[in-house]
Design a protein around this ligand. Structure first.
Ligand code: NAD
Length: 505
């Protein structure tokens, strides 16, 4: 495989700083971010200390109280739209940066990460002018009651590394449209696109302090955001265990929290499915983004009648995958995000093998010619998995798919739901009734029928059970997580309060 030289991107050579109150600020320390395809360092990134986090929160509060909250919605709409336009103008650079920092294939960064980020900004720009309250019917003569929907305030947005910029934008779009200001933190392995995005903020004319970006380790910088008394709401995406920690950190200040967490999604193939489509869905569902996707269809349930054939075909397909640098158009899959994450995934594979499952494809580190320092792992198919095995229960977050066989409906539903997560599910069948029955029965926030992994700005996304908490992302529903209701009463007839007590009821 040809090794593509790192493209020269001016941003990579510029010193990286925190973006606070519209200005570039030094951190207290630094860490390195590297290219997972080569292991080479890409840039030195600042760590925000407590003083800088306080400064970012103060800047966000000031911007909230002095302009952003009360700005004419048409103006807010124009500014958010402008930010989307700027991202669009620089989309090629952003896609390449995402590939370099995360390792994913370029087509994916272009079509998913960056294209969806642009669409989200434009979609929520439109919502800025459409958020409204209502006039509520009450039963008290002469009194009018109104419900306003107000922005919650300063939002802490904490993102994972698998869709680095996109996960920040998921939160930023609805937060800005609602009139909130933001302190955002990208994951430590993938900070580059978020820092580059911060450079567009002033250019777009967004007032200082509306968007602030701080970087650094989760247990320090993330925890400082989640526990900060000046932050009104935390929007978090990451592991379920970190989400639980965030909730604990938020308790003393009782801030609002929304959590998008892990998954272990069942992807079900019935014998009557369109075979080619189901195979593509099983493969893509498991290996998209190197399997580093919260919605990965990592539990592949195949009806017994076709299971041997299906497993064999999937195994061959996995063995044929071309691994390489994300910038190389021949690469079907890139490296995992880091050496330590690859070790974690390998640990899961070893546990599966030790527990009696069969590793029928992959399972080992892969060495790509010219990229010996990269964190590649062979796409892995694990067969003969039973639902009680760790490999069927724990989120692996790597290119590992487990095949589970089923024979009847009750067994399938009980197995599909017998997991602590409930993020997504897929079903492949030519029987529409069966598909809809499955969609009703499965405990998941999203169900894909004869497709997998579809997302759109207008369609809400989030998890049931331990996959989500406190709201949804995308669609109109995402706005709710950044708004709070306020009830207003007006006495139109100067009614004297009942018995002079100053209350009417
Ligand atoms: P993670 O929980 O390790 O980290 C997520 C973010 O939280 C990072 O910015 C990290 O620095 C920060 N963080 C870490 N420890 C913290 C702490 N103690 N306090 C505050 N912040 C802390 O998750 P990850 O490994 O970056 O991402 C992978 C996980 O994200 C997977 O479980 C995946 O399923 C999940 N995910 C979920 C969705 C969804 O929409 N449900 C989408 C993408 C990823």
């Amino acid at each position: 495989m040809t090794v593509i030289e790192r493209p020269s991107i001016d941003f990579l050579t510029r010193p990286k700083r925190l973006f606070i109150g519209g200005e570039w600020v030094d951190g207290t320390d630094t860490f390195l971010t590297s290219d997972p395809a080569t292991g080479e360092v890409l840039a030195e990134i600042p760590v925000a200390g407590p003083a800088q986090i306080d400064q970012a929160v103060e800047a966000a509060r000031h911007a909230f109280d002095n302009g952003w909250r009360d700005m004419a919605p048409t103006e807010r709409q124009r500014l958010i739209w402008g930010l989307g336009d700027l991202l669009d103008q620089h989309k090629d650079e952003f896609a390449v940066l995402e590939v370099l920092d995360n390792g994913k294939p370029l087509w994916e960064a272009e079509l998913v990460d960056i294209a969806l980020s642009i669409e989200i900004l434009r979609y929520y720009a439109g919502w800025a002018t459409k958020i409204h309250g209502d006039l509520l019917p009450n039963s008290i003569p002469g009194l009018i009651s109104l419900r306003k929907r107000e922005p919650i305030g300063v939002v802490g947005a904490i993102a994972p590394w698998n869709f680095p910029l996109l996960e920040i934008i998921y939160k930023l779009g609805p937060a800005l449209a609602a009139g909130c200001t933001v302190v955002g933190k990208p994951a430590t392995w993938t900070p580059l696109t978020t820092l580059r995005f911060a450079e567009l903020v002033n250019e777009a004319g967004i007032p200082p302090g509306v968007i602030n970006i701080v970087t650094g380790p989760g247990p320090e910088v993330g925890a400082a955001i989640a526990s900060h008394p000046g932050i009104d709401k935390v929007a978090f995406t990451g592991q379920t265990s970190t989400g639980q920690e965030i909730l604990r950190q938020a308790i003393p200040t009782l801030k609002r929290v929304s959590l998008e967490l892990g998954g272990k999604s069942p992807n079900v193939v019935f014998a009557d499915a369109h075979r080619e489509a189901a195979m593509a869905g099983a493969f893509g569902g498991a290996f998209f983004n190197q399997g580093q996707a919260c919605v990965a269809g990592s539990r592949l349930f195949v009806e017994d009648a076709i299971a041997d054939e299906f497993a064999e075909e999937l195994t061959e397909k996995a063995k044929g995958v071309c691994l390489g640098q994300g910038l190389n158009p021949d690469s079907q899959m890139g490296p995992l995000v880091s050496a330590s994450h690859r070790e974690t995934v390998k640990g899961h594979i070893a546990t599966a093998a030790g527990g009696g499952a069969e590793i029928v494809a992959g399972g080992r580190e892969a060495v790509v010619d010219g990229l010996e320092g990269g964190y590649f792992l062979e796409p892995t198919v694990v067969d003969r998995v039973t639902n009680d095995m760790t490999v069927a229960q724990e989120e692996i977050f790597g290119p590992v798919v487990s095949i589970l066989r089923f024979t009847d409906w009750e067994e399938l539903i009980s197995l599909a739901n017998d997991v602590r997560y409930g993020l997504a599910a897929g079903v492949w069948t030519s029987d529409v009734n069966k598909a809809l029955k499955f969609a009703d029965a499965v405990r998941a926030g999203t169900v894909w029928i004869n497709t997998y992994g579809m997302f759109d700005v207008a369609v809400p996304f989030g998890g049931h059970k331990m996959s989500g908490f406190g709201g949804r992302e995308l669609g109109e529903e995402a706005l709710d997580a950044y708004l709070q209701p306020k009830s207003i009463w007006i006495d139109t007839e100067a009614v004297i309060p009942t018995q002079g007590q100053g209350i009417s009821r």
